[in-house]
Design a protein around this ligand. Structure first.
Ligand code: 6LW
Length: 499
């Protein structure tokens, strides 16, 4: 089976997938962004539709003041007796390990119940033959005096309805000794229970390892040749591969969805889009799963009809902001922006360097992309921005007839100015692959051109706004914002392609 890869492009790490009555549903992490935990739907594992989000109400995720990079870490989605479950850690927040449920994955989902006694990350949910529910998780502590302690892969039986563990955690097999054993998932297949984990850390050493045993509690015996998948020390185009979840394919085979990055240039140093969701076929050999190395196959390469992916949001459509792909920081898009009189209006109180910016954006999904917006900043200041977090962002900010381009990295800001006509002005960001450097070889980050009213204001090396330099777990999000007064937007346009 030939899969497009990335499967879910753009900032979509820590994927988990479930097959329910012939339909696939996939969820990913969202950290400090809301709505939290996007739900994607597919009938063939190839074409996916973003049908909604689990945490559409702020109180579900509780990330109002969460540390950057904390928040919604690594959900697991499972299905049992007509009910969908998403179990997830809200890291560095009092919410802890939370279970959301629904009978309709498009939502609404429940408010979520905290499971007391699961003090770790990457919780998995599985039931044994008699209906006992197991939560298997990484014991990494993300709060309190134990912060950073890591007792390995842990497991408890739980009472989901009561929201509590039924015992003290027991330690399970925790990999081959690489750092950060995490992302455990438990599966029953034939005579065995399989325990799949990630180890090596989510960067270039990321790996997938597997063990099997006679019961959900083990004891587990590791595969004789773990890790069964890793891109470490290779020049494969997809790096950091790990954090996988197994699923049956429509043809009756097996596949693994997992995270990876697409670093640019010869040195493969910088990944603008952050960690994305990929997929790879899995064969079974002597009762062991064997994933294939992840192959890059951008959709346009798989099907030329999809050469360019284009989204146009014309705010004359009052429902434009209802699309589930909009994101805001520690709050919901509808609390930041509103569509009225045919335009999207945002009233600014703080700038992009604030943990609570008035910003609504969308994931950058392609390495080559152009994003534009038409703004009227006659009554305020605001415009178009690409952000990783409050310490790493670029923007084109209009205020009356002046547009200021700003590049901000870790407390350092550089700016450029241009004068534009009064009224509506087009702001535009163009991201392209690294230009040639060191002779014929492309090095560095992507190239980012910032334009106002068709005039180039400046061009930047995008390496300073990538997964490796920002280290905030998320990915590039491009969107609209206001920093003062009220600005209004007529449209938001995205065009992307992957060579
Ligand atoms: C995720 C864990 C991880 O929970 O990072 O580095 C966390 N590994 O698996 C956030 O993606």
């Amino acid at each position: 089976m030939t899969f497009p890869n990335p499967l879910i492009p753009g900032f979509s790490p820590d994927p988990s997938v479930v097959l329910a009555d012939g339909v696939y549903y996939l969820v990913t992490s969202t950290f400090e962004y809301l709505p939290g935990i996007p739900v994607y739907r597919s009938t063939d594992l190839v074409t996916w539709t973003h049908i909604g989000n689990v945490a559409t109400r702020p109180e579900q995720a509780g990330v109002d003041d969460v540390t950057t990079g904390g928040g919604v870490w690594a959900p697991t989605i499972r299905y049992r007796d007509g009910v969908f479950y998403v179990i997830v850690t809200i890291a560095m927040s009092p919410r802890g390990c939370v279970v959301f449920t629904t009978t309709d994955p498009a939502g609404p989902w429940s408010d979520g119940i905290t499971i007391e006694g699961v003090d770790g990350i990457d919780p998995d949910l599985a039931w044994d033959e008699d209906g006992t529910a197991y939560v298997t998780f990484s014991g990494l502590s993300t709060s309190g005096e134990q912060m950073g302690q890591h007792p390995g892969i842990q497991q408890v039986r739980v009472d989901l309805a009561a929201g509590k563990a039924l015992e003290m955690p027991r330690s399970l097999w925790s990999g081959t000794g690489l750092k950060f054993p995490e992302a455990p998932h438990l599966y029953r297949r034939g005579d065995y229970w399989y325990l799949l984990i990630a180890e090596g850390g989510t960067e270039r050493g990321h790996s997938v390892s597997v063990a099997r045993g006679p019961a959900a509690e083990g004891p587990f015996e590791g595969h004789p040749a773990n890790p069964v998948l890793s891109a470490r020390s290779t020049s494969r185009p997809i790096q950091n591969t790990g954090h996988g979840d197994l699923v049956a394919t429509p043809a009756g085979g097996t596949a693994l969805v997992l995270l990876g990055v697409r670093p640019l240039g010869l040195t493969q140093s910088f990944s603008p889009l952050g960690r994305e969701t990929f997929i790879t076929p899995v064969s079974w050999d002597d009762g062991w799963p064997q994933p294939e190395p992840v192959r890059l196959a951008p959709r346009n390469a798989v099907d030329e009809r999809n050469a360019v992916d284009e989204e146009v949001f014309d705010f004359a459509d009052p429902s434009a902001l209802a699309d589930p792909g909009w994101l805001a920081v520690r709050t919901t898009p509808e609390s930041v922006a509103s569509v009225r009189d045919g335009r999207l209006a945002i009233t600014g109180q703080a700038g992009l360097g604030d943990p609570h910016p008035q910003f609504v954006g969308r994931r950058q999904r392609h390495l080559t992309a152009a994003v534009s917006a038409t703004v009227d900043a006659s009554s305020g200041a605001g415009g178009l921005a690409a952000r990783y977090d409050e310490e790493h962002w670029i923007c084109l900010e209009a205020r009356g007839t002046v547009v200021t381009a700003r590049a901000h990295v870790a407390g350092i800001t550089q700016s450029w100015q241009a004068t534009v006509p009064a009224g509506d002005v087009e702001l535009r960001l163009e991201m392209t692959l690294p230009s040639a450097g060191f002779g014929f070889v492309a090095m560095g980050g992507d190239r980012i051109r910032l334009l106002a009213a068709g005039t180039l204001v400046t061009e930047l090396d995008g390496r300073y706004w990538t997964s490796e330099t920002c280290a905030s777990f998320t990915g590039r999000v491009i969107g609209l914002y206001a920093s003062a007064g009220t600005v209004s937007f007529a449209d938001f346009r995205y065009r992307g392609a992957d060579a």
